[in-house]
Design a protein around this ligand. Sequence first.
Ligand SMILES: Nc1nc2c(ncn2[C@@H]2O[C@H](COP(=O)(O)OP(=O)(O)O)[C@@H](O)[C@H]2O)c(=O)[nH]1
Ligand SMILES: [Mg+2]
Length: 395
Amino acid sequence: MFNFFKSKKKPVKPTPEVTAESELPPEDTIEAEAEPKAISEVTPEIVSEAAPEVVPETIPEVIPETEAALIPEPVSTGETQPKPKLAGFASRLRQGLSRARQNFGNQLSGLFGGGKIDEDLYEELETILLTSDTGVDATNLLLENLRKRVKRENLTDAAELKIALQDILVELLDPLARPLDTTTQTPFVIMITGVNGDGKTTSIGKLANYFKLQGKSVLLAAGDTFRAAAREQLMAWGERNDITVIAQESDSGAKSDPAAVIFDAVNSAKARGIDIVLADTAGRLTTQLHLMEEIKKVKRVIGKAMPDAPHEVLLVLDANTGQNAVTQVKAFDEALDVTGLVLTKLDGTAKGGVIAAIAGQYPDNPPALRFIGVGEGIDDLRPFNARDFVEALFD
Ligand SMILES: Nc1nc2c(ncn2[C@@H]2O[C@H](COP(=O)(O)OP(=O)(O)O)[C@@H](O)[C@H]2O)c(=O)[nH]1
Ligand SMILES: [Mg+2]
């Protein structure tokens, strides 16, 4: 069950040529009524067969402008000299975590203001951690490690605890910081999953931007076919990023078939030599068993378009869901063998502890937290870095 974060690489088999775009292997057609022909390729503004040459040309013009966008808000003009990209994100991260920092950081600074390190202090710290969504396991682990460190370093004054706690948190979270390597396959197929409204589609838009900044070509698959609005939303992100979106025609009247859309997208990406496919899916509750079965099937069908695909199954989690995020990780992993996490809306929560809660749940085999989202802007998503995160959380 918990093969979650073990290496899941299977041997690469030779790719069977899939020629019939839009045609699913019959045994994998999800619903009898599914109408694969309803799928079309949608460039930002045109619903038609977008020529393959539409994609490659985008990179040169886009880079200068998006690089400017990486710099924190106040900088606006193109002539401003480029700053290091991560410096830009560091300030966004700080800004994004300001609510959590006010809450968590202020409580801690009260605690660490000075005075003796005693049982009362540990108890108070325990309460602060627990009320910040850190969860029982991670809280216990952190306190245990803190006590050890206090002993080892003969710390006596509470003022010395802040640095110690930061270090211990970094130690706990650092194993989660395993960036996604998309260079192992072309196209590298990423399937995005999670509950409703947790930020999947938005994260796809931000990820597309992120990958484009690295000079990669990206294609989107509108695999959330439940709502027309979901498709429109993804199309808007496609337009913003100037990339192709493969979607089902809205007026087709056909029964929605997410697997067919993504299957087509992967084939299209193969034909065009696209680097990365980002496949959106409809949100679902882990208790909706038929929908959990459906998403498993979607994953299997993607594997028919390209062996070993999807190469990454990203589970998107909303930081505001607190302890529930831990439950979601478990359930989605059981269904899909999740390979990485995206934690969104860290800017919206006053509790920054959910990452620690997830880490505490898997002390020996922690999940890979690929990206964190700290706002609704296109640049508000970046790879997770434990030290940066902890320093933005309290300083
Ligand atoms: N504040 C904030 N809002 C976000 C973030 N990510 C997504 N959202 C918002 O959350 C809402 C739902 O996002 P959406 O991508 O549609 O969720 P989906 O149903 O999982 O596809 C939208 O209003 C997004 O703008 C984030 O990191 N921070
Ligand atoms: Mg969506």
